[in-house]
Write a protein that binds this ligand. Structure first.
Ligand SMILES: [Zn+2]
Length: 139
C-alpha cells in the first residue's frame, strides 16, 4: 500500500491517536482494533491495513499503569481508613482485589494510548523511513 507524499507529511494528532488507542481502536482510521487479544497488539489494522507490529510499547504501559493505579488506590485507602478505620485484613482484602481489577482494566487502555502516541509521533515502526515499515508497505 503506497500513500501519496502529502498524506505521509500530514500531521497526526497526538491527542486523537491516544484517545483512539485508549478505546482500543486503530489510531489512524478509528475503525479497526488495536489488539488481537487482551494485550497482544494486532499485526495490522483489519480495516485500513496500518502496520501495528512495529510498535515498541515495551515497559511504558505497565509503568504508567502502576503510576495511575497507585494514585487511585492509595487516596481511596486513606479515605476509607480515616472514615471507617477497618481492621488491617479488611484493608488488605479490599485494596489488593481492587488494585488487581483496576490494573486489569487500565493496562490495555494505557497500552493502546502508548501505541497511538507512537503512531502519532512516527516512532519506531510507524516511521515512513523505517526499513521494516517501507518493506511491509511495498508488499
Ligand atoms: Zn486502521
Amino acid at each position: 500500500m503506497t500513500q501519496p507524499a502529502t498524506a505521509l507529511a500530514a500531521t497526526r494528532s497526538k491527542r486523537q491517536a491516544m484517545w483512539r488507542g485508549l478505546l482500543g481502536r486503530c489510531p489512524a482510521c478509528n475503525e479497526g482494533r488495536v489488539f488481537a487479544r487482551y494485550l497482544k497488539v494486532a499485526d495490522q489494522c483489519e480495516t485500513c491495513g496500518l502496520e501495528l507490529s512495529g510498535h515498541q510499547a515495551d515497559d511504558a504501559p505497565p509503568y504508567f499503569t502502576i503510576f495511575i493505579v497507585g494514585h487511585i488506590i492509595i487516596p481511596v485507602a486513606l479515605i476509607v481508613e480515616r472514615a471507617y478505620q477497618p481492621p488491617l485484613f479488611v484493608h488488605a482484602g479490599i485494596f489488593c482485589v481492587l488494585s488487581v481489577i483496576v490494573t486489569l482494566i487500565s493496562l490495555p487502555m494505557v497500552k493502546g494510548a502508548v501505541v497511538g502516541l507512537q503512531w502519532a509521533l512516527r516512532m519506531h515502526g510507524f516511521s515512513e523511513t523505517d526499513p521494516v515499515h517501507v518493506e511491509t508497505r511495498e508488499r
